[in-house]
Design a binder for this molecule. Structure first.
Ligand SMILES: Nc1ncnc2c1ncn2[C@@H]1O[C@H](COP(=O)(O)OP(=O)(O)OP(=O)(O)O)[C@@H](O)[C@H]1O
Ligand SMILES: [Mg+2]
Length: 231
């Protein structure tokens, strides 16, 4: 379905590694109208399998930017990101796509469900893109895990906000990623669900949050200010 014929062997050949995610002295500058904004300023961070980490800090401090770099969805201006033992700066686009499809799950703040597809079709999409011929049973299993087995055949506009978020979680987990990146998930029930996932499935979870109750659910809270980790 895509052009990644050489990439899978390269990525799957990587032995089990520790740490799962390694971010080393990462700087990220955005250019807008000739001005440069430093969104991340020498951030260093490591995560292991099964670890549940909250990123907290006021709006604009760089949380989403860090999640995008951790998921190899964007490149740092300087510094290094290693994901599952692979240095992402040495990969081409096709290899990056394969790495993301196999190892990373992402829950966007806006969920980004496809509104012309049913709930179960949204969830099976990552498997279809990765070339699976029969994704339906796994998609239905994931929906059951997030408590939505009954709603598999609804359309996204027929769901509540909380239910949409659960669909986004099921979709992010359907390919059993090593790391789940969650941008501002909301609600106690969702925090509980994420904690269960990190414990039972050994999925590492890096979550950006404004929630003051999040600290009670995670292993580590990392505080950011002006693009830096302060605590
Ligand atoms: N594509 C972009 N182009 C230019 N500047 C950007 C871009 N994306 C983010 N920024 C800037 O980078 C900084 C960090 O933004 P980021 O989205 O990472 O913050 P955040 O901590 O996730 O904030 P929030 O809590 O509001 O979601 C901000 O100053 C923001 O304006
Ligand atoms: Mg953000």
């Amino acid at each position: 379905m895509d052009n990644t014929s050489t990439a899978p062997s390269l990525l799957s050949a990587a032995p089990p590694v520790s740490p799962l995610l390694s971010i080393e002295r990462v700087v990220k500058d955005y250019q807008t109208d000739g001005e440069s904004v430093r969104a991340l300023d020498e951030v260093t961070l490591q995560m292991e399998s099964g670890e549940f980490v909250a990123l907290v800090g006021r709006s604009g401090c760089g949380k989403s930017t860090l999640l995008h770099l951790a998921g190899a969805m964007d490149f740092p201006t300087s510094g290094h990101v290693r994901l599952n033992g692979v240095a992402t700066d040495h990969l081409d686009e096709a290899q990056l796509t394969t790495l993301r499809r196999e190892k990373v799950g992402f829950i966007f703040q806006s969920f980004q469900l496809l509104h012309t597809l049913s709930v179960v079709e949204n969830v099976e999409l990552p498997l279809l893109l990765a070339g699976h011929a029969h994704p339906r049973p796994r998609a239905l299993d994931r929906l059951a895990e997030v408590g939505l087995a009954e709603l598999a055949h609804r359309m996204p506009h027929q769901l509540s906000g909380g239910q949409m978020q659960r669909v986004a979680i099921a979709r992010a987990l359907v390919h059993s990623p090593r790391i789940l990146l969650a941008d501002e998930p909301t609600g106690t029930a969702i925090l509980e669900l994420l904690r269960e996932i990190s414990r039972d499935q050994k999925t590492a979870i890096l979550m950006a949050t404004h929630s003051t109750e999040a600290a009670a659910f995670v292993d580590t809270t990392i505080r950011m200010r002006d693009g830096r980790i302060v605590d």
